[in-house]
Design a protein around this ligand. Structure first.
Ligand code: GDD
Length: 435
């Protein structure tokens, strides 16, 4: 048996998503129509469904310090849908990525799993978990880390590591180093044997030893050691770094896509990656994947079944065929590519949507345009209004975000701006934060 643990963090970590995480915790923000963590849970489930040579998935745990009620509805619905028990475990305070795993060791070990998958919630990836597990079993170590090569310039935002090219053993690990170590980085996806708990316990014991020696108060100890609480253990700095080169940790390199989702702009990029993945894994979720029912769609588009999109096909253009299967679409410059339309959204005639995420209950009137933007729950866009990024699309900053219940009047243009919830815009704005 195996279990999966997804670290979801807590509200303080959600500040990167600021206005979009007021009411919805960041891990439940939808990408390609599914909560961010839903893609991870699905990947865990898929592994065990299709691969009979490896153990069954007993449970999925979401571990974080959000209030329980924020996850209650989601965990019960996803458990029913996937027929895998998904539980939310709430920490009383942050314990760090290693400490939070250790804090719930009794619950995680309840069913005596032989393997524990651990995933950061804020990564977008094809999650090659079966291959990783197979590699892990062949290495015979305590843990295997999913790794990927990135550009040398971007590597310092991640854990950089060196692995033996033949044995794949982790030889050296530095978290976000100031000087370049390697372009091979930690993807935040792991498989461990239960020995990981002993390794974390060692770190605690080591910290306690230091407390005895110095007879320091716990406050002094925090200062003396790492300026962090004594029950706070970071998986990367406190476990991976010291265990590198000790034949306990190994690496598995993915050649497929991987991104970290730290900004709303990245969520648009990651939505595109997941939509593209649906072409192979779940074509029925794509608006053009079921026999071209919606002729105005171009490229990968998700439309929730309850959304009402006006069928204004303005003519039939070229046939496009995609990599997987026989998905066919017609170009008519209406909706797509990379568009996710959530529940109960209404899109009127002549509207144009490109590279955007439109959340529940949004009302889009005739001929409105949305490009490189996220439109918050219950917002409304008037006739001929435009909500968009300007010029070159920049995943870090260059998108427009409307918070919940923002109303954009007819013909108003909103460019590269962030609009806080409940605002009414009756004049056009550019490069502004509307508080
Ligand atoms: N439950 C819980 N409790 N979760 C936590 C806590 C905690 O106290 N602290 C962090 N997390 C979760 C975050 O929500 C995230 O899912 C994961 O643990 C890692 O977060 P950080 O420790 O803040 O690290 P990071 O995101 O800056 O970098 C890590 O991930 C990168 C890949 O995305 C590192 O492991 C890097 O080396 C790695 O490249």
């Amino acid at each position: 048996k195996a279990v999966a643990v997804i670290l979801v963090g807590g509200p303080t970590k959600g500040t990167r998503f600021r206005i979009l995480s007021f009411n919805t915790p960041e891990p439940l923000f939808p990408l390609a129509g599914q909560p961010m963590v839903g893609h991870l849970i699905n990947s865990c489930k898929r592994v065990f469904f299709f691969t009979w040579t490896i153990p069954n998935l007993a449970q999925v745990f979401l571990v974080g310090f959000y209030e329980e009620r924020e996850f209650a509805i989601y965990v019960s619905s996803i458990s029913n849908e996937l027929k895998v028990p998904v539980r939310y475990l709430k920490e009383d305070k942050p314990h760090g990525s290693g400490g939070s795993l250790f804090y719930f060791r009794d619950q995680i070990m309840e069913e005596s799993p032989s393997h524990i998958f651990m995933l950061n919630h804020d990564v977008c990836c094809s999650f090659p978990l079966p291959n990783m597990l197979e590699a892990h079993m062949s290495y015979g170590g305590m843990g295997t880390i999913l790794v990927i090569k990135v550009s040398a310039e971007s590597a310092n935002q991640f854990g950089e590591l060196v692995a033996d090219p033949i044995t794949k053993e982790l030889l050296h690990y530095t978290e976000k180093p100031e000087t370049f170590v390697s372009d091979l980085i930690n993807c935040g996806v792991y498989v461990f044997t239960p020995q990981i708990f002993s390794a974390i316990q060692e770190v605690y014991l080591h910290m306690e030893d230091r407390a005895d020696i110095s007879r320091a108060s716990s406050f002094e100890l925090q200062l003396a050691t790492r300026s962090l609480p004594i029950d706070y253990v970071r998986l990367d700095q406190d476990i991976l770094s010291p265990l590198a080169g000790k034949k306990q940790l190994y690496t598995y390199e993915t050649m497929d896509f991987w991104e970290q989702i730290k900004t709303p702009g990245m969520s648009i990029k990651c939505s595109a990656l997941y939509l593209a993945q649906f072409r192979c894994s779940s074509p029925h979720l794509l608006a053009n994947g079921d026999g071209n029912k919606k002729a105005m769609v171009v490229g990968d588009v998700y439309i929730h079944p309850s959304a009402k999109v006006h069928p204004t096909a303005k003519g039939i253009g070229n046939k496009l065929s995609f990599g997987c299967g026989s998905i066919i679409s017609y170009i008519d410059e209406q909706i797509g590519p990379n568009v996710s339309i959530s529940a109960n959204v209404r899109v009127a005639a002549g509207a144009r949507l490109v590279n955007c995420i439109v959340l529940d209950d949004v009302d889009i009137k005739e001929n409105a345009v949305i490009m490189y933007a996220i439109v918050g729950w219950k917002s409304s866009l008037g006739r001929w209004s435009r909500v968009q990024a300007d010029g070159e699309y920049n995943t870090k900053f260059g998108i427009t975000i409307l918070g919940e219940a923002v109303s954009v009047e007819d013909e108003v243009v909103v460019i590269n701006s962030i609009v806080l919830p409940n605002k009414m815009l009756n004049v056009s704005v550019q490069e502004e934060i509307i508080l």
